[in-house]
Design a protein around this ligand. Structure first.
Ligand SMILES: [Zn+2]
Length: 326
């Protein structure tokens, strides 16, 4: 959904048979309570990108204070997605497979959790796909932001909120849902996330979600790391707020509250104040307001973008004249 870093809740749409095998990446020492190990599969990103990706995974590792429960995956385990290696045997730490694949042009990346532990329904490992069409255009900062966002999806934030996704290794489901829908709008209902939202000044007993039910509503949280509008806020690493830490807690992780980023809800945030957001005549309601690259801008009939227009980014404006994708 949106033109953002997206999750794939139904997942496993294996379309990329060509990318078999070839795992790389050294093991990381397990010193923190929880680590997110990165395992590159297929054609690896360049060395600088790999370092950025690992650093982002390490940033996410620091959010979690509970240890990973070692688990043995059964001999008949299946690959998480076509093109990913099958994982069998003992797994001692959480990891993500990271691939570079051609995705839709308006996506930066997508991610999802793979097998879930019995009992806790926490992921054993996850998969992150970075879009080969745009990876080269991402600054280190934007790649960091994207990778933090996707790693959180791989850990279950936004991806394990609905009951039908919560099926563990042995086929059990806890039927738990952290999402409700009313009047066409999705809301998050997990107690810790809602409490964090209220502590930040949000109103109500639930947190408005984006239309894909896997991100905070952009109108409510603006640039938060898991905002549905996160793709609009580039050139910065967006804050991992107490709201997202609360969502990790609702999934069953213990968290390091001190690792949250400074964050305040936007004053006009949905559910916070009712002041109307002025409509922009140049921005039809349905137009995506973030674009992966100029091809996406042109495909949407939005080129050229002027500085200040939704979706304008300096990196699309090579000559810096305030007109992107001329
Ligand atoms: Zn996302």
């Amino acid at each position: 959904m949106l033109s953002v870093k997206l999750l794939s809740r139904t997942a496993f749409l294996g379309l990329y048979a060509g990318l078999l095998g070839l795992i790389s990446g050294p093991a990381t020492a397990q010193t923190a309570p929880f680590t997110v190990e990165v395992r590159f599969v297929g054609k690896a990103p360049n060395a600088a990108q790999q370092a950025t990706i690992r650093a982002a995974a390490a940033r996410v590792s620091k959010l979690i204070a509970s240890p990973f429960g070692p688990v043995t995956l059964p001999g008949d385990a299946e690959a998480c997605d076509k093109g990913l290696p099958t994982v069998r045997g003992r797994v001692d730490r959480f990891f993500v497979f990271v691939r570079v694949l051609p995705l839709d042009e308006d996506l930066y990346a997508e991610a999802w959790p793979c097998d879930l532990h019995d009992g806790s329904y926490l992921p054993v490992y996850g998969a992150v796909s970075l879009n080969s069409r745009v990876l080269g255009d991402l600054s280190a900062t934007d790649l960091t932001d994207t990778m933090i966002h996707e790693t959180l999806h791989a850990l279950g934030v936004g991806t394990l909120w609905e009951a039908d996704a919560r099926v563990s290794l042995s086929g059990e489901s806890d039927e738990r849902s952290l999402v409700t829908k009313s009047a066409g709008q999705f809301y998050y209902t997990g107690a810790r996330g809602v409490a964090a939202y209220r502590a930040l000044g949000g109103r109500g007993d639930r947190v408005p979600l984006d239309a894909d039910a896997g991100h905070w509503a952009g109108s409510a949280v603006c640039s938060e790391i898991l905002s549905g509008d996160a793709g609009n806020y580039t050139g910065r690493v967006n804050p991992v707020s107490p709201l997202t830490l609360g969502a990790l807690e609702d999934l069953g992780y213990r968290v390091n509250r001190a690792a949250a980023s400074p964050y305040t809800l936007p004053l006009r945030g949905y559910g916070v104040k009712s002041a109307p957001v002025p409509a922009k005549s140049t921005s039809p309601a349905r137009r995506p307001t973030s674009y992966a690259n100029c091809a996406a801008v042109r495909a949407a009939g939005a080129a050229p973008l002027r500085r200040g227009d939704p979706g304008y980014r300096a990196d699309m404006d090579g000559d810096g004249d305030g007109l992107a994708c001329e």
